[in-house]
Write a protein that binds this ligand. Sequence first.
Ligand SMILES: Nc1ncnc2c1ncn2[C@@H]1O[C@H](COP(=O)(O)OP(=O)(O)OP(=O)(O)O)[C@@H](O)[C@H]1O
Ligand SMILES: [Mg+2]
Length: 154
Amino acid sequence: MHFEAHTPEEMIALGRILAYRMPQQGAVIVSGELGAGKTTLIKGIAAERAGVDPAVVSSPTFALIHEYGEPPTVYHLDLYRLETDAEVLGLGLIDLLEEDALVLIEWGERFVHLIGAGAAQLTISEIPLSPGTSARRVLYTSPAPSSVAPSSLA
Ligand SMILES: Nc1ncnc2c1ncn2[C@@H]1O[C@H](COP(=O)(O)OP(=O)(O)OP(=O)(O)O)[C@@H](O)[C@H]1O
Ligand SMILES: [Mg+2]
């Protein structure tokens, strides 16, 4: 399903709403071009899921991982600057995905082979409006639960 947000404030509000559609735990890949609004959307999601002020949610560009809640119920990763699988695994990604927490991953689409194809996805794109202004479209997709029990695949 998709949504639109015309301002950063609307983007945060949308994040709060989408927080209720997201899984209890596991990865959500957040994709969109540089400056698309990924971190802004995550401010709303983290605010709702971890009970923090959206203003304290900032880009983990340098720290690579920020955590919210005590114990953490939201992890926020930004993989933009990482190149290799070893670097991503070195963050402890696999352990985070096992925790009872939502793991929001900017630029995660570059490492789907590590995160797992079953991750939910948020994809942000820009909608040009009048010259110099634009809104954002946000698409949320969550994987359909498998309708075939593994035991019946043999
Ligand atoms: N829906 C929106 N409409 C207009 N501006 C927005 C919207 N969402 C976010 N912005 C603004 O766009 C800019 C970039 O936002 P943000 O840092 O969230 O993007 P990002 O995708 O995380 O960027 P990066 O790729 O650098 O991590 C900010 O100034 C933010 O306030
Ligand atoms: Mg960002």
